[in-house]
Design a protein around this ligand. Structure first.
Ligand SMILES: [Zn+2]
Length: 353
């Protein structure tokens, strides 16, 4: 997320699109100069090769693992599923049934559509890979985009959760744009026991002696206390997992930890956890993609798996223990807004069938 707005005019707008992890201020919807949109298929998030500035060649594998538990395509009206994966690979919440034997679903742009067939999804956990489509989120100096890293890590977390017996739904199952409202609609419909939005950060304050993860919790609503506990546990797990990688020049904000941010009305600032109040939720900034040494680390499939498994382990601990979590810090005041994105302006829905 953007901590400081240092640039003006066109340069500023460009910096939002190209470098900010705009994880939910959602005040504005910044048009992208070059829409990449939905030409990439769900399981082919290949990247262009990063420049080899070190002796160690980067491993450019951000391909998300395929979900092995995908059910067959069926007529959705005959199921009681709360969500579905459309035949084109789009996750949709099921809002009702139509008179002619179909279902009403929510679209990634926040509209309603009708659908007949899809793969029914059920989850006790919902994961949210931040950004997507023409909203890349933060971009590392070597070109790794937050949207592809978030999805790869989220998929690994899903695999680990399902291997442990916790059915999990992604809000975004490929490289397409989906508004914060549409993400929240999936959560509202599925009613999971835990919801985690996965992001990587940009614009740190400076060097830090350990991984600079941040997890944001809800301060308003019935789930606030559990949201804080979830965030404290995920903070513990991601810092423990990343600390195993030695010799990394970590960066962070000085108030790194499990924390909160409020808006001027006293509500939660970030839309993704404000809109999901009532469900224990955490917005997890797992590290700084803008930091070259971290980007090189996060580019590797092994580290993506370790990060995803850390998120999964945290969620499982949250669901199965009364652990309180730790790492809670008092955030310093932030006046500057987070980057735009997450809105539905000019949003074009992908084909569902
Ligand atoms: Zn982000």
């Amino acid at each position: 997320m953007t901590k400081a707005r240092r640039l003006l005019g066109v340069l500023f707008a460009a910096s939002i699109v190209l470098s900010a992890c705009s994880s939910g201020g959602e005040a504005t919807d910044v048009p992208a100069a070059a829409a990449d949109d939905t030409t990439t298929t769900a399981d082919e998030t290949t990247t262009t090769e990063a420049p080899t500035t070190t002796t160690e060649p980067p491993t450019t594998t951000t391909a998300a693992p395929t979900t092995t538990t995908a059910p067959p395509v069926v007529g959705l009206a005959a199921t009681d599923a709360k969500a579905a994966l459309s035949p084109t690979g789009i996750v949709v919440p099921i809002l009702g049934k139509t008179a002619d034997g179909g279902v009403t679903v929510g679209t990634p742009c926040g509209r309603q559509a009708t659908m007949r067939n899809g793969r029914p999804l059920n989850g006790v956990v919902v994961l949210d890979a931040g950004h997507g489509g023409r909203e890349p989120g933060a971009v590392g100096p070597g070109g790794l985009t937050e949207k592809e890293l978030n999805l790869a890590v989220s998929k690994h977390a899903q695999q680990a959760l399902e291997a442990a017996g916790f059915p999990t739904i992604q809000t975004r199952d490929g490289d397409y744009r989906i508004s914060l409202e549409a993400r929240a609609k999936i959560v509202e419909t599925v009613k999971p026991r835990a919801f985690v939005s996965i992001h990587y950060n940009a614009e740190p304050d400076g060097p830090f002696p350990k991984p600079g993860a941040e997890t944001y919790y809800q301060t308003v609503g019935a789930s606030a206390a559990e949201s804080k506990r979830l965030s404290g546990i995920i903070y513990e797990e991601i810092v423990a997992a990343m600390s195993k990688y030695e010799g990394i020049a970590w960066v962070a904000d000085t108030d790194a930890g499990a924390k909160y941010r409020k808006n001027s009305q006293g509500n939660d600032y970030y839309g993704i956890i404000r809109r999901t109040q009532g469900t224990p939720a955490s917005l997890a900034e797992l590290g700084f993609i803008s930091n070259a040494p971290e980007e090189a680390l996060y580019r590797t499939a092994e580290v993506q798996k370790v990060a995803g498994e850390a998120v999964a382990k945290g969620i499982i601990r949250f669901l199965t223990t009364k652990d309180a979590g730790s790492g809670f810090t008092e955030p310093y005041p932030r006046e500057t807004p987070a980057g735009g994105g997450g809105g539905a302006d000019n949003c074009v829905d992908p084909a569902l069938e």
